[in-house]
Design a protein around this ligand. Structure first.
Ligand code: AMP
Length: 446
């Protein structure tokens, strides 16, 4: 087996990862680090929790020299992910003489301007705010030698593709570009072709694979009983900490309030909350102060919250890719965990997509022992559910083009404001509203 030492990394880096108790490189690291050290461009198709951050950051840190700044730009879709990456950068690079800064929207721009003027080696940024700084001439990217695009498919979904193109156009052509994405839609492939040279493709798992350590359970339940069932599950299952996904921000607020009334330790994360509130929620959840985090899909990508034992899809996600990302919040770093779906009959189309892409055998249908389903008929198999949905006048499979149609919908960008953070938020909102709106209309649900 390969070790970090045989990969030829600098002693300062080896010392830092030793302190993190990393014994051996994870598969993505064993594949990515040698190619990156050779200076190659790279497209990595990898699911979350695979050790991606170290895979790109260790070899970049190894190659850094004292020269014009910034030398490295890492672009990530959300502020939370950017914060997490920068935290890792500081950890991995703690014995090296390089500085890093976080650039994201929704917060005061002045401290960022100050940091940029002073000069930093490594920028970790969300696309909107970085572009904002470039337009204001707070930073020039002419000295960049390494670019990382993390969660590229998520950035595409959030409507950032043009921003990314612009950011890359302002960088020297002579640079190393590493692109990571859980899925490889055609737009991302085109982006890679246009802006990368002879990129090596690294596939750590099929695009829609989920980690092996996850037990997937489908709890069929009418929408009206979901809240009660969730409370029962949180009480009766061996839940250390659970991430509960809702479809909308308002849904997250309502559900969190309901859980609070039931004396369950809960916090919430969505894009209507201020950056301070979001960070507080995340920190509180990470530290164990809150057992439950109710969130929209903003929390589905890339966030490393090691102790999540259960992911609960209170509403099914709109497509399989999103399910993979949500479920990927548990069983991180080759651990184990549970992914539950509380599924109402009107969500059967989304379930059908899951079954097609992930396989029926992975998805166990269960009813929670002791739960009172009597107010509504209890259904325990996919066929019963499909019949029930057909009786309610649901669409046939053929009418809905599923995830692919939702995925291809482009968010309409709103007018550009000086506060790019807000713009980022709006792009997300627009994107999800448009996409969910479409699903709802076609599927005829609630
Ligand atoms: P990431 O996909 O970068 O978010 O990493 C997922 C988790 O794996 C994080 O908690 C990392 O600290 C951890 N990790 C990364 N590389 C290793 C390694 N070689 N050995 C053990 N844990 C690791």
């Amino acid at each position: 087996m390969q070790s970090f030492e045989t990969l030829g990394l600098k002693p300062e880096i080896l010392r830092a990862i030793k302190e993190k108790n990393y014994d051996n490189p994870m598969p993505i690291q064993a594949k990515t680090i040698p190619a990156t050290l050779e200076g190659r461009d790279l497209v990595g198709c990898a699911q979350t929790g695979t050790g991606k951050t170290a895979a790109f950051m260790l070899p970049i840190l190894h190659q850094l020299t004292k020269q014009a700044r910034p030398q490295v730009v890492v672009v990530a879709p959300t502020r939370e992910l950017a914060i997490q990456i920068e935290d890792n950068v500081r950890g991995y690079g703690k014995y090296l003489p390089f500085t890093s800064a976080l650039i994201y929207g929704g917060v005061n721009i002045e401290p960022q301007i100050k940091a940029l003027r002073k000069g930093v080696d490594i920028l970790v940024a969300t696309p909107g705010r970085l572009l904002d700084h470039m337009r204001r001439r707070n930073v020039s990217l002419k000295s960049v030698r390494h670019l990382v695009l993390d969660e590229a498919d998520r950035m595409l979904d959030m409507g950032f593709i043009r921003d990314l193109q612009q950011i890359m156009s302002d960088m020297p052509k002579q640079r190393q570009t590493l692109l990571f994405s859980a899925t490889m839609p055609p737009e991302i492939q085109r982006l890679a072709k246009r802006f990368m040279t002879n990129a090596l493709e690294i596939n750590i798992s099929p695009p829609t694979a989920v980690a092996e350590g996850i037990t997937h359970r489908i709890y069929p339940v009418p929408h009206s009983l979901k809240k009660q069932l969730l409370v029962d599950l949180l009480r009766d299952e061996p839940v250390d900490s659970a991430l509960v996904f809702t479809r909308t921000r308002r849904g997250a607020d309502n559900l969190a309030r309901y859980l609070e009334r039931k004396n369950i330790s809960v916090t919430r994360l969505h894009s209507d909350r201020t950056q301070g509130q979001r960070q507080q929620a995340l920190n509180g959840f990470r530290s164990g102060k809150f057992k439950i985090l109710v969130a929209t899909d903003i929390a589905a990508r890339g966030l490393d919250i090691p102790q999540v034992s259960h992911v609960v899809n209170y509403n099914l996600p709109e497509c399989v890719d999103d399910y993979v990302h949500r479920a990927g919040r548990t069983a991180r770093a080759e651990g184990t965990g549970f992914a539950f779906c509380l599924m109402a009959p009107e969500e059967i189309d989304l379930y059908n997509d899951l079954e097609t892409k992930l396989g029926r055998e992975l998805l166990t249908w269960v009813s929670h022992p002791g739960f009172d389903y009597t107010k509504e008929p209890k259904m325990t198999s996919p066929s019963e559910y499909r019949q029930q949905h057909a009786r309610r006048g649901g669409p046939s499979r053929g009418r809905r083009s599923g995830a692919s149609s939702a995925r291809s919908s482009k968010p309409s960008r709103l007018s550009i404001r000086s506060d790019s953070g807000r713009k980022e938020e709006q792009a997300v909102t627009e994107s999800s509203t448009a996409r969910y709106g479409r699903i709802r209309r076609v599927a005829g649900s609630r």
